[in-house]
Design a protein around this ligand. Structure first.
Ligand SMILES: [Zn+2]
Length: 387
């Protein structure tokens, strides 16, 4: 019989961890130093000062001595539909850029990319022209018109522009983003912003349902953005400019609740919450939302570090909701970026380098789950109607 899943108390004491100390050691200021700068026993080791004391957190890049299998996956197991990419972020300005992107897509196994143009009006139409030579490889989505949101005709105007873009080829709207400052582009005081649950958007959501146009929405941001930039900040300093604590924005919870109300009031509209709705840190809570709102779908873009740090829970989640979660990148268009995703999702490799300080672990998804995530959900859920 396998016996020792639980570490006996004596072993914990040998490790120098006492019950009263263990849970909140990190929150007690400088670990390793007792008050007055004296040395302290930490996990049974006498912590001493040395050259590493002056290394800045942002410069700490430990070299791993771990020797484990490394499985390179040059091409995805199934032809992939990447449902989250951006013209701007992917540096697409000319037809040569589009051609180069297609070459990379061929190499790594991306059949189609959904492109968020971030545009309406003439700018959107221009992008339709840009992608035309490769129309079968891309699906273009338009943005939300947010000009003059206080005018009484705003709801009608926004819906009409969406319909116009649809006729030009748009097959979705997004990525819309509200990290607290609102969906409108100009800065506005609180109370005058356009949030997801604003009644002025109801007509637009209805129009999306009518045209079978899914909405890709970003709500709030990673929860660590509402935590202090200090010794207990969860993410690496590279992410510190995203911090929202003490900024003039609603709380993480308030923002999530706004999107709940939007989902609730518009059951016929297909909403795709990107980045696992910024709840990838708490798959239990996210599951509750999935149960509550059948019109809620997800993309996993830019949350490699969430699923990769909890590979067993994440694989279970992706299996349970295998009909409602889709693959997306949102991380540019480098060959290595795509291949990193294949390794994370398809293999059982361990201790993969990630973008945050922690390492990732392969999810080894089953062929069925992989196929739904990579393509069949997108084929079912997205609108593929020809012009
Ligand atoms: Zn994005």
């Amino acid at each position: 019989m396998y016996r020792s899943a639980i570490i006996p108390m004596t072993a914990l004491l040998l490790l120098g961890v006492s019950c009263s100390q263990a849970p909140d050691a990190a929150s007690k200021g400088e670990p390793g130093k007792a008050k007055g700068g004296a040395e302290e026993l930490k996990y049974g080791i006498r912590v001493q000062s040395g050259p590493m004391d002056s290394i800045l957190l942002k410069d700490y890049k430990p070299a791993s001595s771990l020797v484990v299998p490394e499985t390179m996956v040059p091409k995805a197991k199934y032809p992939v539909i990447d449902i989250h990419s951006h013209t701007f972020m992917n540096g697409i300005k000319t037809s040569e850029d589009v051609a180069a992107w297609v070459r990379t897509m061929d190499e790594v196994g991306i059949e189609k990319s959904i492109v968020f143009t971030g545009a309406t009006g003439a700018d959107f139409d221009k992008q339709v022209e840009l992608f035309k030579p490769y129309a079968s490889r891309f699906q273009l989505w338009c943005d939300l018109d947010t000009t003059n949101i206080d005018a009484p005709d705003y709801p009608q105007r926004a819906a009409a522009e969406l319909e116009r873009c649809y006729r030009m080829g748009a097959r979705g709207i997004g990525e819309l983003s509200d990290k607290g400052s609102g969906l409108q582009s100009e800065k506005r005081p609180r109370g005058q912003r356009l949030h997801y649950d604003d009644p002025r958007l109801d007509l637009l959501w209805k129009k999306c349902a009518e045209l079978k146009i899914p909405v890709n929405f970003h709500v709030a941001d990673h929860p660590s953005c509402w935590q202090p930039l200090g010794p207990n900040q969860e993410r690496t300093p590279d992410f510190q400019h995203f911090n929202l604590l003490d900024k003039d924005v609603p709380s993480y919870e308030e923002l999530i609740a706004m999107s709940d109300r939007m989902l609730e009031r518009n059951p016929k509209t297909t909403f795709i919450a990107c980045h696992l709705r910024n709840q990838g840190n708490n798959l239990g809570e996210l599951s509750k939302a999935m149960e509550r709102y059948p019109n809620l779908f997800l993309d996993i873009s830019a949350r490699d570090y969430e699923i990769g740090r909890q590979p067993r829970a994440a694989a279970k989640f992706l299996t349970r909701y295998r009909n409602r979660v889709m693959f997306g990148t949102d991380m540019g268009r480098d060959k290595e970026m795509y291949q990193g995703w294949w390794r994370l999702l398809e293999t059982a490799d361990e201790y993969l380098p990630g973008r945050v300080w922690w390492r990732l672990y392969g999810l080894e998804l089953t062929p069925q789950v992989l196929e739904s995530l990579y393509r069949s959900n997108a084929l079912k859920i997205l609108n593929w109607e020809k012009l």
